[in-house]
Design a protein. Structure first.
Length: 643
């Protein structure tokens, strides 16, 4: 079934009288990854926030799975452990994954079978910047950014001087056993943080059986501390994340099954000086060092390929205001040393260095707020001997406006011009990639790609709240992987090429209250999204998700909350060359939770049921969709203690 975006927009308008179930709470949510640390309702760029109980209930087996049902987002899904977020049809090298605003330094953008090196179970909130985020975060955020916000470096004192949480949960599909705990404490002028998690699962249940070689086990944690004064803070944290997971196989026999042993270590320093001045609001500094490694291990214990990466990042920014204008200016430097060792490596070793200068300013005029920003970035990429080095300068800029037409209605318009230099895999790849069953060939003649993006959003609040965004991204010199008739090492050859590409889409969501009396509330939440991507010659871009429609009936009565949901993913038959169609599917879900208030805290108990119809669900954005469908019917139970 072909569903043009124009048709989707007509359906979307009918949904624009309803909105998000957490809209009433969003006024208090601060977007830390925006340049102004503003409330959600005051951010011009479209953003999704997941926090509080909604985050705890949605937390999945990986960052991608936790966010996959948010409007405008999906995930790659190379099995439950390796699932990376995609934003509006873009992923990989175009989406930055961050922890507290700093690079993850993993290799998840290199290949879909590589897991994200960030654990969202310890997050305070997840922030998704939809659309270009290059002005603040640089070359790799043309498609957007996902920021995991933690308290690993305390920035402020906490109420009562002590806070802790402990959560345990299990599910039936993967026989998951997971536990996560956090502890925050103050003593005099010092704040302390500790967290830890452990998760184990077996092969995932899918309709008709189990997904072979999909079991996993992971653990990790962090320690952090800060000096917190009246005019700022300075702190440090160390963290570690170990992940051991299998790569689902295309054959019934697991004799050649491969698993990945991954380790990520991070050292982070962050601080701010907030003088009570007439011009300067804050001077912020953040630095991160990361060490990442993973080994791809065969069933007999031999290591086929080992990936090693270390990275350093430094950010300095100055927040200011003068004559009604407020904004931030800053500098960012990043260096990444990458190496792949072993007979199956398909990307050579390289060192990437980049530095950027950025400025972002905002000027309010009554009900209108104008924003503008500019970033200039220089990047150099030096591969191993025998290959040509690459370097270049990119310039990105943005203009936006937010108009509060009435207290209950706002219009946001954002226009961005962003550039991205090619990554090492796009330039230098030359080898068999067994996980995706492709022989990859890079292209050292690739130049920078540039995107002109426009996003128009309408937001309504009040008893009936709603939101609607439409967008169009036009890429010059879009870098993509193209199939060829050639075969090498018994695998089809795919080459990196460039061409003009366009992505057009929409997102709509809302909430309609059906009943509200005596502390009881019944509401209906509706949502829809779609994106259409194609090259100039008319060929569709690969892994573009189809139109998705959802309805959720939500009930709240005192400490109880319940939900029934249905999500319809339509068939995707508008596919790229050598890509197969993906059948549509329907996911039915239900949840029930209750919160008990204790003398010094609270206890949350929850039961979630997913894919109640045991539907065969193959996500089109997954390169392994024909081998690894989404989990079948599953029930998750959990308890979360907070005090």
């Amino acid at each position: 079934m072909r569903v043009p975006v124009v048709s989707g927009l007509v359906a979307c308008v009918s949904l624009s009288l309803v909105s998000s179930a957490i809209a009433d709470q969003l006024d208090e949510v601060v977007v830390t990854s925006s340049p102004f640390r503003s409330s959600v309702n005051d951010v011009v760029q479209p953003v999704s926030i997941l926090g509080g109980d909604a985050l705890h209930l949605a937390s999945g087996s990986s960052l991608g799975e936790t966010l996959a049902h948010q409007p405008g987002l999906t995930a790659t899904y190379f099995g439950p452990s390796a699932s990376r977020p995609m934003i509006r049809g873009l992923g990989g090298q175009r989406v930055q994954v961050l922890e507290d605003g700093m690079a993850a330094f993993d290799v998840s953008a290199l290949s879909e079978d590589h897991a994200v090196g960030i654990e969202d179970a310890v997050a305070r909130q997840l922030e998704v910047l939809k659309g270009p985020a290059t002005l603040l975060y640089g070359n790799g955020a043309v498609g957007g950014a996902v920021n995991t916000v933690t308290r690993r470096i305390p920035e402020a004192r906490i109420a009562n001087g002590l806070a802790a949480s402990l959560e345990a949960k299990s599910d039936s599909a993967s026989r998951l056993r997971a536990v996560v705990g956090t502890l925050d404490a103050d003593a005099a002028d010092f704040g302390f943080h500790a967290d830890g998690f452990q998760r184990r699962s077996e092969d995932v249940s899918i309709p008709g059986g189990r997904m072979g070689n999909s079991a996993s086990r992971s653990n990790g944690g962090s320690l952090g501390g800060s000096w917190i004064g009246d005019a700022g803070f300075i702190g440090v944290s160390v963290s570690r994340f170990d992940d051991h997971y299998g790569i689902p196989q295309a054959t019934a026999s697991l004799a050649d099954a491969t698993h990945i042993d991954m380790r990520q270590e991070r050292l982070a320093v962050r601080g701010a000086v907030t003088p009570d001045g007439e011009v300067i609001d804050a001077l912020r500094v953040a630095a991160t060092h990361g060490n990442y490694s993973h080994a791809e291990v065969a069933s007999d214990g031999t290591v086929g390929t080992r990936f090693l990466q270390s990275g350093d990042e430094l950010r300095l920014s100055l927040d200011h205001h003068v004559a009604g204008l407020k904004g931030t200016v800053g500098i960012q430097y990043r260096q990444v040393d990458f190496a792949a060792l072993g007979s199956e490596r398909f990307v050579p070793a390289s060192v990437t260095r980049g530095g950027g200068l950025f400025a972002f300013e905002q000027y309010p005029m009554g009900t209108l707020t104008f924003e503008g920003g500019l970033r200039v970035e220089r990047q150099s990429l030096t591969p191993e001997a025998g290959l040509p080095s690459q370097s270049g300068t990119t310039t990105s800029g943005a203009l936006g406006a937010l108009w509060h037409a009435t207290p209950a209605l706002a219009l946001a318009v954002n226009v961005t011009r962003s550039e991205r230099l090619p990554a090492a895999i796009e330039l230098y790849a030359d080898g068999a990639h067994e996980a995706t069953q492709q022989y990859l060939v890079g292209n050292t003649a690739l130049s920078s790609e540039a995107a002109t993006s426009i996003d128009i959003g309408l937001r309504g609040s009040g008893r009936i709240s709603w939101s609607l965004n439409v967008y169009r991204n036009v890429f010059d010199n879009f870098i993509y992987l193209a199939p060829t008739p050639a075969v090498q090492d018994d695998l089809p050859v795919f080459e990196y090429r460039q061409g003009r590409a366009t992505l057009t889409g929409f997102e709509a969501q809302g909430e309609l209250p059906l009943l509200e009396a005596d502390g009881r509330r019944l509401s209906l939440r509706l949502a829809a999204d779609a994106v259409r991507g194609q090259l100039a010659d008319g060929d569709p871009l690969p892994q573009i998700p189809p139109l998705r429609l959802g309805a959720e009936l939500q009930a709240h009565a005192g400490p109880w909350s319940a939900e029934l949901s249905v999500w319809q993913h339509l068939r995707q038959d508008r596919v790229a060359p050598y890509e197969t169609d993906t059948a549509g599917y329907t996911l039915l879900g239900a949840s029930l939770s209750r919160r008990w208030q204790l003398d010094h805290g609270s206890l949350l108990g929850f039961v979630n049921a997913s894919n109640l119809g045991d539907a065969v669900a193959r996500r089109h954005s997954s390169p392994l969709k024909d081998v690894a469908p989404l989990p079948g019917r599953s029930v998750t139970v959990g308890l979360r203690l907070e005090f």
